[in-house]
Write a protein that binds this ligand. Structure first.
Ligand code: KG4
Length: 344
C-alpha cells in the first residue's frame, strides 16, 4: 500500500480540469490552504462557447503552473500530501485526461494514493465550506452540462430522483443568450438583463407531467423560433424582456420539481450546486419558498458555483476515509453517473 500513514494530518491535493478551468487546491484536515484556478473563459468567449480541443491544450499549458502556485500558497510539499484527488468525470474527455495524467504522474513520482472524484459530488460538497451537510438532503444540481435532483440519505449516498430529459438548464441559458447576441457564459448575461426586463413574451411550459424530471430543449427552441420570427417580420427583440420571460419559465421548471420533491421525500436540507446556482432569481425563489418551513436551504458562496478544486478536495477527504482509492490503470469517464461514484 502507498505511504498513507506518514502524516497525522489529512492533506488532500485536488485537481479539477473537466471543462474550462484548470484548478488545483490543497486542504489540511478540511481547511482550505490553497485554491488556485486558471480560467480559460476569455479564450472561449471568442467562440461563443467552450471549444473542447482548445480547452485540453490550455489545461496542458497551465496545469504545472497552477500546481506550483498551489504548493507555494499552501506551504505544503508534495511529500507531505496524503492523497491526490482528481475529477474523473463527467466532463470533456480531453480536458479530463489532462487532470488525470497530472494526478497519475504525481502519484507515481511521490508514491501517493489516487482518489477518483465525481465532479457533481464536488459541486454538492462545495456547500460544506459553509457548513456540514444535514441529511436527508436534496441537492439541486444545475450546471452547464447537468440538471439533476439528487437525494442523499447520508454522506456519499446519491440517488437521482429527477433529471433533465434533454438539455441541461445552463446549456439552454447559453444557447438562448447566443441567439440574443449576448456573450458566453450566457447565464450571467441573462440573469443580469432579466432584472431590467418584464415577462412579456409567451413561452411554453416545458414538461407537463407528475415526475421530478425537467426539460429545457423545447423552451430553448421556442425562444429561438420566436426570435427568428420577429426578425423576419422586421420587429426588434426587447432583449431584457426576452431574458426575463425565458428566465421565469426556466427557473419555474426546476422550482416546481424541487417543491414536488420536498412533498414526496423526507428532506431536512436543500442545497444548490453547479454553475447555475449562481443565478440570483433561483437563489431568491428557493429561499423564499422554504423560509417558513422546517427545510433548511443552503446556497453555495459564489466562488464555489464555478468549477474549482477545493470541492474535489472536500469529496476526496470523505473518499479517503472510506478507503476508496484506485491504481494507475484508471481512465476518465465523460458521462459518469453520480450514483456510480464508487465504481471505476
Ligand atoms: O457548473 P458549470 O461551471 O459548468 C459545468 O460543469 O457544466 O456551469 C456553467 C453554466 C453555464 O451554462 C453558465 O451559463 C451558467 O452555469 N451560469 C449561470 C449563471 N452563472 C453561470 N446561469 C444562470 N445564471 C447565472 N447567474
Amino acid at each position: 500500500m502507498k505511504n498513507m500513514e506518514q502524516n497525522k494530518d489529512l492533506i488532500i491535493l485536488g485537481i479539477e480540469s473537466s471543462c474550462d478551468e484548470t484548478a488545483i487546491a490543497i486542504t489540511i484536515n478540511g481547511e482550505l490552504k490553497a485554491n488556485v484556478i486558471s480560467s480559460q473563459i476569455e479564450v472561449h468567449q471568442k467562440y461563443g462557447g467552450v471549444m473542447p480541443e482548445i480547452a485540453s491544450r490550455l489545461h496542458l499549458e497551465n496545469i504545472a503552473v497552477v500546481l506550483d502556485e498551489a504548493l507555494k500558497k499552501s506551504g505544503i510539499k508534495m511529500e507531505q500530501v496524503s492523497a491526490i484527488a482528481f475529477t474523473r468525470g463527467p466532463g470533456l474527455i480531453g480536458a479530463l485526461h489532462v487532470g488525470l495524467q497530472a494526478a497519475k504522474t504525481l502519484a507515481l513520482i511521490y508514491d501517493k494514493p489516487l482518489i477518483p472524484v465525481h465532479h457533481l459530488a464536488g459541486h454538492i460538497y462545495a456547500n460544506e465550506f459553509i457548513e456540514p451537510l444535514i441529511f436527508p438532503c436534496l441537492a439541486v444540481v444545475v450546471s452547464g452540462g447537468n440538471t439533476e435532483l439528487v437525494y442523499m440519505k447520508e454522506h456519499l449516498s446519491f440517488e437521482i430522483i429527477g433529471e433533465t430529459i434533454d438539455d441541461a438548464i445552463g446549456e439552454s441559458y447559453d444557447k438562448v443568450a447566443r441567439v440574443l447576441g449576448l456573450p458566453y457564459p450566457g447565464g450571467v448575461a441573462i440573469d443580469k438583463l432579466a432584472k431590467e426586463g418584464e415577462h412579456t413574451y409567451q413561452l411554453p411550459e416545458p414538461l407537463k407531467d407528475n415526475s421530478l424530471n425537467v426539460s429545457y430543449s423545447g423552451l430553448k427552441t421556442a425562444v429561438i423560433n420566436l426570435v427568428n420570427k420577429e426578425k423576419m417580420l422586421g420587429h426588434e427583440i426587447n432583449v431584457p424582456n426576452m431574458a426575463k420571460s425565458f428566465q421565469d419559465v426556466a427557473i419555474k421548471e426546476i422550482m416546481d420539481r424541487v417543491i414536488r420533491a420536498s412533498k414526496m421525500y423526507d428532506i431536512k436540507e436543500i442545497v444548490l450546486a453547479g454553475g447555475v446556482s449562481a443565478n440570483s432569481y433561483l437563489r431568491s425563489e428557493i429561499v423564499k419558498e422554504f423560509e417558513n418551513t422546517p427545510i433548511k436551504v443552503v446556497i453555495p458562496p459564489l466562488w464555489a458555483t464555478t468549477d474549482n478544486a477545493a470541492m474535489i478536495c472536500k469529496v476526496g477527504e470523505y473518499l479517503y476515509k472510506k478507503g476508496l482509492f484506485t491504481d494507475l490503470s484508471i481512465g476518465v469517464d465523460p458521462s459518469w453517473k453520480i450514483e456510480d461514484y464508487d465504481k471505476f
